[in-house]
Design a protein around this ligand. Structure first.
Ligand code: 6PG
Length: 256
């Protein structure tokens, strides 16, 4: 794992306990960002694991309370399918969070999938982020918090083992053909430079099917080509792993 000081790994009982603690940490990161910068820029992860966390944030009870009026939401990756498609990450986030939380459409920047190719959609998303952050060309947006998942094969966002997208360093977003895991559709994904420019990257990982990939990454037994999530090393930010006991099942006690 990268510089120990900026890396933390927490193990929770199960997926529900993980979701509860993740929601509380995201709310704390929101409060801290709003206190220091007046707003919170949060990148949502796709897949299925974050759904419980999003639902708790939408309810906003107890520690999971976010000031939505100062919050802006983005996506780390998307499948090249329409936003109402069951395989869409936007649809998952909409059902579990966006349709419930008091946040307006202009505070949410989805990855558009309306253009003919995933490559065109990735260029469109890069331009949209440059416009939102008002950044000089060639620089990366600095998100306050990026949520990430871990695929059974060690992929994260849509950065798949051995894929060309792993080597893209000159733009914010890129595209990728499908990986080995479903769904078999082209993807749009933030690149390593954009992900590693964040103030904090936070993995949410649940289930025994993730244990091998997590062990390889945490114990440094895999290359980024083999387990792309190993390439998430925020340059100036923090790296946080929130996992459940099933996912942590193969970790040596010294790693926990
Ligand atoms: C995607 C995701 C992907 C996901 C992992 C874990 O579009 O599929 O962004 O990186 O986070 O595949 O998915 P689960 O949470 O469903 O296990």
């Amino acid at each position: 794992m990268s510089d120990a000081a900026a890396t933390e790994l927490k193990v929770y009982r199960d997926a529900d306990h993980l979701a509860e603690k993740a929601a509380a940490r995201i709310a704390r990161a929101a409060a801290e960002s709003i206190r220091h910068r007046g707003r919170f820029t949060l990148v949502l992860a796709g897949g299925s694991t974050p759904r419980k966390t999003y639902a708790l944030l939408a309810q906003g009870e107890g520690e999971a309370n976010i000031d939505w009026s100062r919050t802006f939401l983005f996506f780390g990756d998307e499948r090249h399918v329409p936003p109402d498609d069951p395989r869409s990450n936007f649809r998952m986030a909409h059902e579990s969070l966006l349709a419930i939380a008091p946040i307006t459409n202009d505070q949410v920047l989805p990855i558009g999938t309306d253009l003919a190719t995933a490559e065109q959609c990735s260029d469109q998303y890069s331009s949209a982020l440059i416009k939102f952050f008002g950044m000089p060309a060639g620089t990366m947006p600095i998100f306050d918090l990026i949520l990430l998942g871990l695929g059974d094969d060690g992929h994260t966002a849509s950065l798949f083992p051995g894929a060309a997208a792993l080597g893209v360093n000159d733009r914010i977003a890129t595209w990728s053909p499908p990986g080995v895991l479903p769904p078999p559709v082209d993807r749009i994904t933030l690149t390593y430079p954009a992900l590693n420019a964040a103030r904090q990257a936070m993995f949410l990982v649940a289930g025994a099917n993730k244990a091998e990939a997590l062990r390889d990454i945490v114990e440094g037994n895999a290359t980024t080509q083999q387990r792309p999530a190993a390439g998430i090393r925020p340059e100036r930010g923090r790296l946080t792993w929130l996992v459940d006991q099933a996912a942590a099942g193969l970790l040596q006690s010294s790693s926990i």
